[in-house]
Design a protein around this ligand. Structure first.
Ligand SMILES: [Zn+2]
Length: 78
């Protein structure tokens, strides 16, 4: 039984190490091209605490995904 537990722990360590090496070798995400960012003015409201947030820049042509606050999606406050 002890050998089985030790083997499982060893396999978990090996799997975690392989995952870490793959994650690190993938490198950082690509730099954002400033040409693909446009100025916008989209206010959002947190329905839980009432905080408002304004998105000022977003990818050209991409739909703006609502940010989250208080673990909930914020609603567009227009
Ligand atoms: Zn909130």
């Amino acid at each position: 039984m002890t050998v089985l537990i030790a083997t499982l722990i060893g396999l978990a360590i090996v799997a975690g190490t392989i995952w870490s090496i793959r994650f690190i070798s993938a490198g950082p995400p690509p730099e954002i091209d400033p040409e693909t960012v446009e100025e916008v003015d989209v206010p959002y409201l947190c329905t839980v605490c009432g905080m408002t947030l304004t998105v000022t820049e977003a990818q050209v042509g991409a739909e703006i995904e609502a940010p989250r606050h208080c673990r909930e999606d914020m609603v567009r406050a227009v």
